[in-house]
Design a protein around this ligand. Structure first.
Ligand code: BG6
Length: 491
């Protein structure tokens, strides 16, 4: 990530400052940017949470988190202790306008000329109340922004209630709805791949591409987040936001400029062009399942119900779905989305599968090539194509692969997605954040799936932890004559 210097100190208020997201992601991301020289002296990062604690205690807790979550090679005692001096802590319930600690927050926020960012790393139920609290205490200045973590609601109605509620106090240009997948280098790199390489962009359509696979697989289970996850499930947790955003970036038309409004207009068009699902479509084109005990590598892991501490749950921890985009570019090209917990390995990837050679010149049909974009880990790309097999005397073919791993190519540490996004909020750059109408379009498309599932009386499918989901996930592709990338023969 290039070190664009940030000149002026700013005030960054993190609400939910003792939570998992702040400790695991936000503070390490700020620390990395501090080491890169991007946090000017005089900046103030103010942690706000309901827990009673002093700034000193908070700094100690933050230090433990940095040591736990930063990679060893990034840890530097002097840098950590210098970074901790930026932190302040105020015990405050931001949704309670009568809380006695508001004056302390106001006291720290004296300079109205500075950029001021309110980051809500809390449950969405707090968003409107906290925004009202900032307004009530005159904390919203012309240079203020508010950052909202996903999920924005649990359905269209609740998402719109949040948009309306927060929108009473902040204009849309000051609302940053964060989706950390848009902060991932390789997701951003899809824009470069497509729009800086005309050769690729000219092939990026239904005449060359037979289908697209988007997978976000995790080995972890629900861990301590069971109470949240069980009310959400994979569709709300991963598809409504991350996977649909990745799909929009893969499928969008070129924006007129790289401005936030042009780019988001194009993503919105894709979300609106998704073929709406009828109840029959949902039965035919979606697979949902829950993990049961199994093995990941050599490690035995419990099933979802055991993780949850419950006898029953109808929440999906895995899903595959097939959709289409109703535009001239994509007509007839299926997009398969898949995500799940407790799968065999952590990987997020996009597979662009090309069409096979249409005319039989060679005695055997050459395998159709594909482009695999590895979002994580080992960010990079592989282009798989047919080559002449040098081991055979006749003109037979085999697959070969051109492979690039970005970290070795560019000799760089790959920044965590939050590093990009936090600084974008300070700079006021909304290009990688989600606009209100995108949230509405995503929920509009997701809701019929949710209601069809609610009415579906078939028992929930299961899959053993450590497998790629139930057999029906592979069958969904097999029906169209395709296989998931991991089932392709090794090259
Ligand atoms: C979060 C989901 O948004 O993304 C989690 O709530 C999920 O359930 C996480 O584990 C995955 O993010 P990443 O960056 O590890 O792929």
């Amino acid at each position: 990530m290039p070190a664009i210097p940030m000149k002026d100190p700013f005030d960054y208020i993190i609400v939910g400052a003792t939570g998992d997201l702040t400790m695991r992601k936000l503070l390490p991301a700020f620390y990395q940017r501090f080491r890169a020289g991007q946090i000017p002296q005089g900046t103030c990062i103010i942690g706000v949470a309901r827990t009673t604690s002093t700034t000193e205690e908070y700094r100690n807790r933050a230090k433990e988190a940095l040591v736990e979550f930063l990679p060893a090679e990034s840890q530097d005692d002097k840098a950590i202790s210098d970074f901790l001096k930026f932190l302040e802590y105020i015990p405050l319930d931001a949704a309670d306008q009568e809380d006695a600690h508001w004056p302390e927050l106001c006291g720290l926020l004296k300079n109205e000329d500075r950029v001021r960012v309110f980051y809500l790393a809390t449950a969405p139920s707090v968003y409107t109340g906290a925004a009202a609290g900032f307004a009530e205490h005159d904390l919203i200045t012309p240079k203020s922004r508010i950052v909202l973590e996903k999920p924005i609601g649990t359905d269209l109605k609740s998402a719109e209630a949040i948009n309306e509620g927060v929108g009473q106090y902040f204009p849309e240009t000051a609302i940053f709805r964060i989706d950390h997948y848009l902060g991932k280098e390789t997701v951003q790199n899809i824009l470069a791949l497509r729009f800086a390489n005309p050769m690729i962009e000219r092939s990026w359509n239904s005449s060359t591409i037979s289908h697209v696979q988007i997978t976000a697989a995790e080995t972890v289970g629900v861990g301590s987040r069971g109470s949240y996850y069980d009310t959400s499930g994979a569709l709300r947790d991963m598809v409504q936001n991350h996977l649909l955003q990745v799909l929009a970036v893969v499928a969008m038309e070129p924006p007129v400029t790289f401005s936030a409004s042009d780019l988001r207009n194009e993503k919105l068009k894709m979300l609106r062009a998704l073929r709406p699902m009828t109840e029959e479509d949902v039965v035919r084109d979606t697979v949902r399942a829950q993990y049961v005990a199994g093995k990941i590598g050599d490690k035995s892991v419990p099933g979802y119900l055991e993780d949850l501490g419950s006898d029953t749950s109808s929440t999906e921890t895995f899903l595959t779905l097939r959709t289409e985009i109703r535009t001239p570019r994509w007509a007839g090209v299926p997009f398969y989305l898949r995500t799940g917990k407790r799968l065999p390995r952590k990987t997020s990837e996009i597979v662009i599968q090309f069409r096979p050679q249409p005319w039989p010149i060679f005695s055997e049909a050459p395998p159709a090539g594909r482009l695999v974009i590895r979002v994580q880990p080992d960010e990079g790309m592989s282009f798989v194509f047919s080559a002449k097999n040098p081991d055979k005397a006749d003109f037979s073919l085999r697959e070969a692969s051109l492979d690039v791993s970005f970290s070795s190519e560019f000799h760089t540490r790959y920044p965590d997605s939050y590093e990009h996004l936090l600084l974008d909020t300070v700079r006021g750059d909304q290009v990688m954040f989600i606009r209100r109408d995108e949230v509405v379009a995503s929920w509009n498309w997701i809701e019929p799936i949710l209601s069809a599932w609610e009415g579906d009386k078939r028992p929930m499918e299961t899959y053993a932890a450590g497998t790629w989901g139930p057999e029906s996930s592979a069958q969904l592709l097999a029906r169209d004559g395709f296989v998931w990338n991991e089932e392709q023969p090794e090259i």
